[in-house]
Design a protein around this ligand. Structure first.
Ligand code: AMP
Length: 213
C-alpha cells in the first residue's frame, strides 16, 4: 500500500493533475466527504487528508509514504527524516513582511527600534530579521495575521501573499519579500528504500509532469 498525505484546498486541487500523470485518480472529493482516507482508482494507493502543517509529521513518522506541502511549512517544521526530491511548482506564492500603510517601516528599521511582528512563521521570521540585524518581538498567531497591525497587536506581520488582495483589503502594504514559496514532494526515507519499486514510478511521473508543465 502506498499512502499519500495531502491537505485540502489549493494543494489538493493542484496535485490532482500530477496524480493523474502517475495514473492515480482520487475517487472522493474531500470538500464533500468527511472521510479522512480517500480511495483511488489504484487499489494499493490511498490519500490521507491532513492539515497542511501536519503533512511533514505524517511523512516523517511513516504514517504516509509521500506528502505534498509548502516550502513555508517545511522550513517551519524542519525536514528531518524527509527526502525532498522535487519542487512541484504548485501553490506558488511568496512570504513577505507587511505593515499598515501609515507605518514608516524603513525609518523604524533604520532607527534600530524593536519591531513587534505577528506571524504563524516564527522560525522564518526569526531567521530573516536576525540576518538583517533587526530586533524583533515575535507574537505567534495561527491565522488571520492581517488583523494584528489593525488593532495595535503588532507593527508588522509575516505572511503568505499571493495576489496581494487580502493585504489591500486590510490597508496593509508589503515592505519586504522574504522568499518565493511553492509546494514540494516529500518522501519518507525508509519507505523510499523499502517501497522503491512502487514509489519510483510515481516520483518519475510527477517529475515529467512538472518538467512538461
Ligand atoms: P492573496 O489575497 O491572494 O494575496 O492571498 C493571501 C491569503 O491567502 C493569506 O491569508 C495567505 O495566508 C493565503 N495564501 C496565499 N497563498 C497561499 C498558499 N500558496 N498556500 C496557503 N495559503 C496561501
Amino acid at each position: 500500500m502506498i499512502t499519500i498525505a495531502l491537505s485540502k484546498g489549493r494543494i489538493f486541487e493542484e496535485t490532482l493533475p500530477l496524480l493523474k500523470a502517475a495514473g492515480i485518480e482520487v475517487l472522493e472529493d474531500p470538500e464533500k466527504s468527511r472521510k479522512l482516507i480517500l480511495t483511488t482508482n489504484q487499489p494499493d494507493v490511498r490519500v490521507l487528508v491532513v492539515r497542511a502543517t501536519d503533512v511533514p509529521t505524517y511523512v516523517q513518522y511513516g504514517g504516509a509514504d509521500l506528502g505534498i506541502t509548502g516550502k513555508d511549512t517545511l522550513l517551519e517544521h524542519g525536514s528531518q527524516g524527509l527526502y525532498q526530491p522535487l519542487d512541484l511548482r504548485i501553490a506558488k506564492c511568496r512570504i513577505s513582511v507587511a505593515v499598515r500603510s501609515d507605518f514608516d517601516y524603513q525609518s523604524a528599521v533604520k532607527k534600530g527600534s524593536r519591531l513587534t511582528v505577528a506571524t504563524k512563521y516564527v522560525a522564518i521570521s526569526r531567521d530573516f530579521f536576525a540576518s538583517k540585524g533587526v530586533h524583533v518581538d515575535l507574537i505567534k498567531l495561527y491565522g488571520s495575521m492581517e488583523l494584528a497591525p489593525l488593532v495595535g497587536l503588532a507593527d508588522a506581520i509575516v505572511d503568505l501573499v499571493s495576489t496581494g488582495n487580502t493585504l489591500k483589503a486590510n490597508h496593509l502594504v508589503e515592505v519586504e519579500h522574504i522568499m518565493d514559496i511553492s509546494s514540494r514532494l516529500v518522501v519518507n526515507q525508509a519507505a523510499l528504500k523499502l517501497k522503491q519499486a512502487q514509489l519510483r514510478p510515481i516520483i518519475d511521473a510527477f517529475e515529467s509532469a512538472v518538467a512538461a508543465g
